[in-house]
Design a protein around this ligand. Structure first.
Ligand code: P6P
Length: 338
């Protein structure tokens, strides 16, 4: 085998610039600069997550976020890192964060033409257990003639121009789509660079894994219960395997790479499900569709939803197209209310 050192590594920065050149004059380089800022925040957050146990960042910051959950110090830190870097990039107009009740309208001096919606540290309830957690982000371009207002982010996810996540675990993986497929990058800490390691991620058309919190099973509506029954007690073939990490970034990352289905359905306890439309459901659905998968609420394509509020929730089923289409069929055939 050729063991000469690789002299042509493709970093995230280089890959994004290549995409900008592919788009020709239509691309001004603004998205490239914005993605570079996001990449830097991921590296910064990754070092803080890794150090967390050492510099005792674990534990509650004593404040609560819009979810009413106790905020972990890493949440607060990650949010501040992202808000500062996105504003300083001079490429953003509106920022929406899971940690902030209200949207940030960037002041004119720093205002750019993109809106970023993000969950700076999703899965944070797992921080103390060392389970993988992550940053999720979606990017809209402000509407023509808009100065950057809430109306630029209360739009269908199909109008996003890019989406991605960074997973902080045994390695640091950044997965990104700018609308022409999905690519995965792994942080080489010796270089401080994200290196292209998963070019052109394509989700298998059917998987063997289902990922849902069955602790909510007593609240599930009949279509979900019937679907689960069909894969746990199949009339033919083997039952599916259950994998549930309870951290969306980790569960979705596995689903994109291995196939299968991830779900957080609406149920009798949570009428709209739990996951947030703008900075959880939309970015993950954007990536899923770009990787050849399907993302639905059970009754409609997630990316077609028009959110009314920046922290609205929606039901989520996403993953391999044949598996998610099975769920859609159960929603059509099984009455929701008994
Ligand atoms: P549950 C984490 O708090 C999160 O927002 C997602 O990352 C994850 O998929 C979901 O909630 C887990 O929720 O109710 O199963 O603990």
């Amino acid at each position: 085998s050729d063991d000469s050192p690789n002299t042509d590594i493709i970093t995230l920065t280089r890959h994004v610039i290549q995409e900008q050149y592919r788009l020709g004059d239509a691309a001004t380089g603004d998205l490239t600069l914005l993605l570079n800022a996001i990449e830097t925040t991921s590296k910064f957050i990754a070092t803080n997550v890794r150090k967390a146990r050492l510099i005792n960042l674990i534990g509650l910051a004593g404040e609560t976020n819009v979810q009413g959950e106790e905020q972990k110090k890493l949440d607060v830190l990650s949010n501040d890192i992202m808000v500062n870097a996105l504003r300083a990039s001079g490429r953003t107009a509106v920022l929406v964060s899971e940690e902030l009740d209200e949207a940030i309208i960037v002041e004119d001096r720093y205002k750019g033409k993109y809106c970023v919606v993000f969950d700076p540290l999703d899965g944070s309830s797992n921080i103390d257990a060392g389970v993988n957690i992550g940053t999720i982000f979606g990017i809209y371009k402000i509407k023509t003639d808009s100065k950057g207002t809430l109306s630029d982010v209360l739009r269908p996810g199909s109008e996003m121009v890019a989406a991605g996540y960074t997973m902080y675990g045994s390695s640091c993986n950044l997965v990104l789509s700018t609308g022409s497929g999905v690519n995965g990058y792994t942080l080489d800490t010796s270089l401080g660079e994200f290196i292209l390691t998963h070019p052109g991620i394509q989700i298998p058309s059917r998987g063997k894994i289902y990922s849902m919190n069955e602790g909510n099973a007593m609240y599930f509506y009949p279509p979900v219960t019937a679907y689960l029954e069909s894969i746990k007690f199949p009339k033919s073939g083997k039952p599916y395997s259950a994998r549930y990490i309870g951290s969306m970034v980790a569960d979705v990352h596995r689903t994109l790479l291995y196939g299968g289905i991830f779900g957080y359905p609406d149920d009798k306890k949570s009428k709209s499900g739990k996951l947030r439309i703008l900075y959880e459901a939309f970015p993950m659905s954007f990536l899923t569709e770009q990787a050849g998968g399907v993302a639905t609420t059970g009754t409609q394509r997630i990316l077609d939803i028009v959110p009314q509020g920046i922290h609205d929730r929606c039901p989520v089923f996403l993953g391999s197209k044949d598996d998610v289409n099975d769920v859609i069929r159960f929603y059509k055939e099984v009455p929701k209310e008994a």
